[in-house]
Design a protein. Structure first.
Length: 397
């Protein structure tokens, strides 16, 4: 009789300590012997062997037991105790993902039920692949930090062996799997799939397939970002850390070997320590001299600038009347210069340009002549070349 899901969950919660012990035993020995199972249940003063079998938490292996994969993975995930997996284990996803993708492309116009099932399975394979990569990165980080701290007092030679093994057997091959620029990598294959799904999520006629294509496309975008993050951890954090452990261990191992038999080789001369300053000896005194000049504060007063010169305002009405009284004017710009000299004894550029605006009045009739001519007018150090304009009485309202 199949147990209720809630019953199984309550059982896991109630006897979690026992399940943890079983998990640790299997992790260590690869199997849970009948004797060890009896010892664990006796220690906790509870016999739950029947429930463990009925709830399919344990399965029989000859005369021994093992935790079923789904429960083992659950406990492993909860405890975040992942063991590093060889890249060959992860590489198998290249085959399964490529095969599903091939069948999807070949039968894109075939049975929609089968197509949708393959799309769902492909999404599941990609999800499982990323979770395995993430577990591997977490596991390598944890073990590397533990090796760096050397809590277990591992010999330096063993540290060199482990660090070298992780670099050669785990990190470099795993980084190759995550390298999108490598033609045979899984990351490159996922990029091809994302381009394909992007086309069909927009053009697929069948709604359910189109929805699955769209879901797969956005999943691939997220997975791509996550894989880039994992690759960055491998190359910028994990690899330098392990390389540093290996280098330090090689140096220390060499010194330990030398100290065990210091008379076998002539002791090398140790370099004498010297202290050097990157700045001048007089820097302190130079800095003190700079700050000393600020010791005596001097009162500083700021006065608002008073502009005694009266601002000139162009009186257009006055100069328009003056222009009318002088009409006709044969050379308008010379008239402007002459008028300013009469009024102000000198010609200033600001006043000159203000006065020339009278030529643009709509009531003034301008005559440039049949043959355009030009004159030169000097204002202080500035010489202006201006056209010769005649203004007649005609056209004034």
């Amino acid at each position: 009789m199949k147990a209720e899901p809630r019953t199984i969950l309550r059982f896991l919660l109630e006897y979690f300590d026992i399940i943890i012990e079983l998990y640790e035993t299997q992790t260590k020995d690869g199997v849970i012997t009948r004797e060890l199972l009896n010892e664990i249940t006796i220690k906790h003063n509870i016999d739950i062997k029947v429930q463990l079998i009925d709830y399919k938490i344990l399965s029989s292996v000859n005369d021994n037991y093992e935790i079923r994969t789904v429960y083992y993975n659950l406990v492993e995930f909860i405890l975040s105790e992942f063991k590093p997996m060889l890249p060959e284990t992860i590489e198998k996803f290249h085959v399964s993902i490529s095969e599903l993708f091939r069948k999807i492309k070949e039968n894109i116009n075939g049975d929609k039920v089968i197509l949708n099932q393959r799309l769902a399975e492909l999404a599941n394979e990609i999800r499982t692949f990323y979770e395995m990569v993430e577990k591997n990165t977490i596991s390598l980080l944890n073990e590397t930090r533990e090796l760096k701290a050397n809590v277990k007092k591992i010999d330096y030679r063993e540290k060199i062996v482990r660090a070298s093994r992780w670099i050669d057997e785990y990190i470099i091959p795993l980084n190759k799997i995550l390298d999108i620029n490598h033609s045979s990598s899984i990351a490159n294959k996922l990029y091809d799939i994302s381009e394909y799904t992007n086309r069909y999520r927009l053009s697929c006629d069948e709604e359910s397939s189109r929805t699955l294509f769209e879901k797969l496309y956005f999943q691939l975008i997220q997975v791509n970002d996550n894989l880039l993050r994992q690759s960055k951890i491998l190359t910028t954090e994990l690899l330098p850390l392990i390389e540093r452990i290996r280098t330090e261990s090689i140096i220390l191992t060499g010194w330990i070997t030398f100290l065990k038999n210091p008379y076998k080789q002539k002791v090398p001369r140790m370099p004498e320590g010297r202290r050097m300053h990157i700045y001048s000896k007089n820097t302190f005194f130079n800095a003190a001299e700079i700050f000393e000049q600020f010791k005596n504060d001097v009162d500083v007063y700021f006065d608002d600038e008073v502009n005694v010169e009266e601002k000139w305002i162009f009186d257009k009405e006055y100069f328009t009347k003056k222009l009318r009284s002088n009409l006709p004017v044969n050379d308008f710009f010379k008239w402007c210069s002459k008028t300013l000299k009469e009024e102000y004894k000198k010609v200033e550029i600001e006043k000159f340009f203000a006065l020339t605006t009278l030529a643009f009045d709509e009531d003034i009739e301008r005559d440039f002549g049949t043959k355009p001519e030009s004159d030169k007018i000097k204002i202080n150090d500035l010489t202006l070349t201006v056209p010769k304009i005649t203004i007649n009485k005609h056209g004034i309202s």
